[in-house]
Ligand binder design. Structure first.
Ligand SMILES: CCCCCCCCCCCCCC(=O)SCCNC(=O)CCNC(=O)[C@H](O)C(C)(C)COP(=O)(O)OP(=O)(O)OC[C@H]1O[C@@H](n2cnc3c(N)ncnc32)[C@H](O)[C@@H]1OP(=O)(O)O
Length: 235
């Protein structure tokens, strides 16, 4: 898959496509830091109201700039990079410019995909542990990218997660995935998550290539273009 066409989100950290994304990565890092501080600090109440006011002003200022909704709109102008490059920035698990993303990074070596991820206190489920829903989300992202190991990338059909022991917060989590078999449009994979030597979770996943191939999702994501009647037929 050529890099510009690659629809998946992330190799190891690569430079931002341009200065705009570089600046957005910096904003995202500041918002991640803010989130971590928010869930781990206890300033007095009036200070928190002051902080909220400052942040509301900042958000309103940001929102006054041109808005772009969705990756397909980001790529339409041709100025913000390809689908893969925009995903690399905005993916909710792996995007460096999306503060929701821990982020999960991935690399391919031979027939194995490796990745890692670090979850701070905002991801706490059971005490001191990563919330199980985030463990599953991290796997979905990582396994989705690891499909690069195969020939027919698709959508997650199922993702079965086994939680062997708690997944610790503030720890470098190592990920590993392999294809176990492939049949027509179906790719079966297994994945593992480690904290040091401890296997905290593992998963089995099925990815199914859409009948018209993965790029057919682009047309499905633009219902207004597929279903809108021509202007002359309206009203
Ligand atoms: C600009 C370019 C855009 C590029 C976009 C890049 C996006 C990157 C995406 C990255 C993703 C990142 C990760 C994400 O976040 S992906 C997001 C989460 N996943 C989804 O939203 C997927 C929603 N589901 C679907 O779209 C469809 O159901 C799919 C496509 C999965 C299958 O619908 P399709 O109509 O094709 O299915 P079929 O009925 O012809 O079945 C075909 C075969 O598959 C077998 N089967 C199916 N389901 C299951 C199941 N649950 N258990 C066991 N088996 C199952 C079925 O038995 C049959 O087998 P066989 O009888 O042939 O042996």
């Amino acid at each position: 898959m050529n890099e510009l066409k690659n629809p998946f989100a992330s190799e190891e950290i690569t430079p931002a496509f341009n200065d705009e994304w570089q600046a957005k990565r910096r904003v995202a890092a500041a918002v991640r830091l803010l989130t971590e501080v928010l869930v781990t600090s206890s300033p007095d109440t009036s200070k928190m109201h002051d902080i909220a006011e400052q942040l509301e002003t900042t958000a309103a200022d940001f929102a006054a700039s041109p808005r772009v909704y969705g990756r397909l709109d980001w790529i339409r102008s041709g100025e913000h990079g390809s689908y893969g490059q925009v995903s690399h920035e905005l993916n909710p698990l792996a995007g460096y410019s999306n503060p929701l993303a821990p982020p999960v990074t991935t690399r391919i070596e031979g027939d194995v995909a490796y990745g890692h991820c670090f979850c701070g206190w905002a991801y706490e489920g059971p005490p001191g542990s990563v919330h199980g829903g985030y463990v599953a989300a991290i796997f979905d992202q990582f396994m989705g990218f690891a499909q690069k190991l195969g020939k027919r990338p698709g959508m997650t059909g199922y993702l079965h997660v086994d939680y062997h022991q708690r997944t610790p917060l503030t720890t470098d989590l190592q990920l590993e995935a392999r294809i176990t078999s492939a049949e027509g449009r179906k790719t079966f994979m297994e994945g593992k998550m480690y904290a040091g030597d401890a296997l905290t979770a593992s998963c089995n996943a099925l990815f199914v290539e859409p009948r018209q191939g993965i790029y057919s999702l682009e047309a499905q994501a633009r219902p207004e273009e597929v279903f809108s009647p021509p202007a002359s037929d309206r009203g």
